[in-house]
Ligand binder design. Structure first.
Ligand code: FES
Length: 896
């Protein structure tokens, strides 16, 4: 809906609606409900069911497809209109079996019939068209389908998957997967959109939540923020008897807008898995045995005390969690600094987006994306780099695709044919590890084709002369040699980005997880600076897609070895003084250990106690054999976990933790929005939140950490970090989502950054003048292929939650994708077991022959620790931040 407001009359009441709105919107604005069985606010109107009839200036019209015009008089309540609508619904119902209107049916159709006084005697068809229950999350009852097409449009217009179609004729028309076979074998990605929009109950999720939709959610549903990826979808959680029955996408969710993905929507079966840890475990005689909390806490407190007695405060370290809440991360870093007296605290952004934090800070001043996703979505040219949002961030992937289908240009830069690539105007496929050369090549073309913003560069940026000189070395032909991307494609991509009115960059771990990942981020940011497309109204900047739900927040809260909450450096006396004034103790000034340094210190005997909170480092960190060696060498390893993970198996004490559906706090999503997390169900057994566990360990060591509730913790954080001072649980409860920086409780948070000045010391954007440097791993005769790792659509990280849900049926193993030419060359058959060997370890995977990868490259996920994928990856790491080089590993294949 666009344009200025339109004023009209509905049943004598004046209403105003935005230009482009339909009469149905106007009628609802007047507080009047009409049946509208083929309509959904999230979809384009179809106008096919004729149930929404009104009279507009005397003419009968279908309200959903009739635009509102100024001054029109709309009548909805006359007897003849009521009768027309009743007849339209009666015709629809007469083609259905009586169970369509069962007394307890929560469907939209059943509710409309109750309103219109249509009883189940009207529904007389015997049915018998059968169903499809092949899919774990989506069941089809063909007898209840009224062919309204809402599911088909949802799948196409909102999800962008185009998996559904209508088949048959006349009253025999029914929805079906476009592939023709069972639903489970279709292209469906189980976003749940069809389930959510179906007005009749023809498409439902099985189980106790069957029939619930976002439009008809139980009043008692708990509103929370998804704990899977960093998109930050707002979800309403319906429960019964302390168990989740359905997770429904909130229509007013600021990021998801009534949409969700297979993980947030359906993958909650892990909550009640019999494998959930419900009691603390203590290692005795080499075995982990259940004990009470007091005994476990005593062991942790004694172990940490012994470690500091032997090796000082720096003999203790903690790995905090991007899956935990902000308040939990705040408390973990406070515990380490206040109780232990060390800065040895880090979080798993070290393994994913630490180069984003370092690179974006160097270029612009703050360690975060520059614009809101709502703005990015307005871009006329999207440059999506090293990211596969269709699978890893499905709701964002769907929104990006929607924008492209509505006309935005799309440049995808990724070695693989990721989901968005098939819709791209240009798909650049650089060799893994050559990003900086690629970005320099694009920058060279922007400069030589006069596609830069000279005024912006003169007034708001530094480094242009030096960069111009450096870029002389990166003409398209040379960059083509380095990256493998044809020079003509480079020119085409640069022209699209360079000529767009409002270009936007979105990127993922394909940029950061490299030996020179920070250089990759900075040279990518150069493109936005050259175009003046950051901090201005001429573009939407540079925006990292965060992998885990609270990667941004974990670092924001100071769970970093060199930063206090709000990113003040521990080496800065003024920053320390602010924290000391709140905490009442000195803050250590020496930066602590990063995660890889913690493991090295443990292997060397310097680290004597390690607390790992919610991370399966033995599955997800690189070169996992060496990680396990580190844990085994450390005298005390404490692990907070939902399940007995690979890491927990190496621990001395395992504390049973709560999941995101069982705890209270906040997350920060990928575009800096603080959002509330609320407990929907009680934790199992004796499981405790990480917040409570940290408090309990501190108490066992004789220290009170203060801030007894998560709300208190966020408030205290705001006293240390001015950028969060305007945030509180109360405010988030009122407003829903608030982005940071937000220094003032009476003013909104900053949606777009740097409109007046950049946050660098000189207020300018800094062009990065760094040469391209090759990756750490190279294929050779012994290891001729390059392995890239990443996520699949049905799973999340180590898979500890998604593997214990129905998602396992959708994607049961880690596959190795390889090109048909390589399959022939290495004698690998589709579906065969194959040993994958690197210079660091061996994994066993199932081969899948696919043209998603190019010859010479293979791809696999790391969702099944048993496959051992991260035994393959090296300990090469970003030279600035120590982020592992996950995206380049030389391997060879041996079929079994
Ligand atoms: Fe208007 Fe179906 S809702 S015609």
């Amino acid at each position: 809906m666009t344009g200025s407001a339109i004023e009209l009359q509905v049943d004598g009441t004046a209403v105003a609606v935005p230009g482009g709105a339909s009469l149905l919107v106007a009628v609802r604005a007047a507080g009047i409900e009409l049946p509208a069985l083929c309509s959904d606010d999230r979809l384009s109107p179809a106008g096919s069911c004729r149930t929404c009839l009104v009279r507009a200036d005397g003419q009968i019209a279908a309200a959903c497809v009739t635009p509102a015009t100024s001054g029109v008089r709309v009548d909805t309540a006359t007897d003849d209109l009521w009768q027309l609508r009743r007849e339209a619904v009666t015709v629809i119902v007469s083609a259905l079996p009586p169970r369509a209107l069962a007394d307890d049916s929560p469907s939209e159709l059943a509710q409309v019939c109750r309103t219109l006084g249509i009883g189940s005697e009207v529904a007389q068809v015997a049915g018998g068209r059968g169903g499809d229950v092949s899919h774990p999350y989506v069941h089809l009852d063909r007898d209840l389908c009224i062919a309204c097409g809402r599911c088909v449009r949802m799948c196409a217009e909102v999800q962008g998957t185009f998996a559904l179609t209508l088949v048959g004729r006349g009253s025999g028309t029914v929805v079906a997967p476009g592939t023709g076979g069972p639903w489970a074998e279709s292209d469906c990605v189980a976003c749940g959109g069809c389930v959510d929009t179906c007005p009749t109950g023809a498409i439902t999720q099985p189980g106790p939540g069957s029939g619930l939709t976002s439009a008809h959610r139980p009043a008692a549903a708990t509103r929370t923020t998804c704990g899977y990826c960093g998109v930050g979808c707002t979800l309403d959680v319906a429960t019964r008897d302390g168990e989740v029955t359905a997770v429904l996408p909130a229509r007013d969710g600021p990021v998801n807008q009534g949409h969700a993905c297979v993980k947030g929507r359906f993958a909650h079966g892990y909550l009640t898995s019999p494998e959930r840890l419900t009691r603390p475990l203590l290692r005795r005689d080499g075995r982990l045995e259940p004990v009470g909390w007091d005994e476990a806490l005593d062991r942790v407190a004694r172990g940490m005390g012994e470690a500091t007695a032997v090796g000082g405060a720096d003999a203790v370290a903690a790995i905090s969690s991007a899956r935990a809440t902000n308040e939990e991360n705040y408390l973990v870093q406070k515990f380490m600094r206040v109780v232990i007296g060390t800065n040895n605290v880090d979080n798993c952004s070290r393994l994913c987006h630490s180069p984003s934090a370092a690179g974006l800070t160097a270029s612009f001043g703050l360690p975060c994306g520059t614009d809101s996703f709502d703005d990015v979505e307005r871009s006329d040219c999207l440059l999506v780099v090293g990211a596969n949002p269709v699978e890893a961030h499905p709701v964002v992937g769907a929104r990006l695709l929607r924008r492209v289908l509505h006309g935005a240009k799309l440049v995808v830069a990724d070695p693989r044919a990721v989901g968005l690539a098939q819709h791209a105007d240009v798909h650049l496929r650089p060799r893994p590890g050559t990003n900086a050369a690629l970005f320099h090549g694009l920058a060279h073309i922007l400069l030589t084709h006069g596609l830069t913003d000279e005024k912006f560069l003169r007034e708001r940026a530094t480094g242009l002369p030096e960069l111009t000189e450096l870029l002389d070395d990166y003409p398209p032909d040379r960059v083509a040699d380095i990256t493998g991307v044809p020079a003509a494609d480079l020119v085409a991509a640069a022209r699209l980005y360079g000529r767009a009115e409002q270009p936007a960059i979105v990127y993922g771990l394909g940029v950061t997880e490299h030996l020179h990942g920070t250089d990759g981020v900075r040279t990518l940011a150069n493109l936005a600076i050259l175009r003046g497309a950051v901090g201005t109204d001429r573009g939407y900047g540079v925006n990292p897609l965060r992998g885990q739900n609270n990667v941004q927040g974990a670092s924001d809260m100071g769970a970093l070895p060199d930063c206090l909450p709000g990113y003040g450096k521990v080496t800065d006396p003024a920053v320390r003084a602010r924290a000391e004034a709140v905490w009442g103790v000195p803050v250590p000034e020496r930066p602590g250990l990063r995660i890889p340094e913690m493991f090295a210190a443990a292997r060397a005997g310097r680290l004597r106690a390690l607390w790992v909170i919610g991370e399966d480092v033995c599955a997800t960190d690189p070169d996992t054999n060496r990680v396990a060696e580190a844990l085994d060498a450390c005298p005390l390893v404490v692990c907070n976990e939902l399940f007995l993970s690979e890491t927990a198996r190496h621990a001395d004490v395992v504390l049973p933790a709560t999941s995101w559906l069982e705890k209270d706090g906040t997350f920060v999503n990928f575009d800096r929005r603080f959002q509330r997390v609320r407990s929907a169900v009680p934790p199992p057994g004796e499981a405790r939140s990480d917040f409570d566990a940290v408090h309990a360990v501190a108490a066992a060591m004789g220290v009170s950490l203060g801030c007894p509730t998560p709300a208190d913790a966020l408030a205290e954080c705001g006293r240390i970090a001015p950028v969060f001072a305007g945030l509180s649980h109360d405010r988030l409860d009122r407003e829903g989502a608030v982005p940071w920086p937000c220094p003032d409780p009476r003013r909104p948070g900053a949606v777009r950054l740097y409109e007046n000045r950049f946050a660098t010391p000189d207020g300018r954007a800094h062009l990065a003048v760094v040469p391209y440097l090759p990756p750490g791993e190279h294929p050779d005769d012994a290891y001729p292929l390059v392995l890239v790792t990443g996520r699949r659509w049905a799973h999340y990280n180590s898979g500890s939650m998604t593997r214990r849900s129905g998602n396992l049926a959708l994607d049961p193993v880690d596959f190795l994708d390889l090109h048909p030419e390589d399959a022939i060359r290495y004698d690998v058959r589709d579906g065969a077991q194959v040993d994958v060997e690197s210079r660091h370890g061996t994994a066993r995977l199932i081969a899948r022959i696919s043209e998603q990868t190019v010859p010479g490259q293979v791809f696999c996920s790391f969702h099944f620790p048993a496959s051992g994928v991260n035994r393959l990856t090296s300990d090469h790491a970003d030279t600035v931040t120590s982020c592992p080089e996950y995206k380049v590993t030389a391997v060879r294949l041996t079929p079994r």
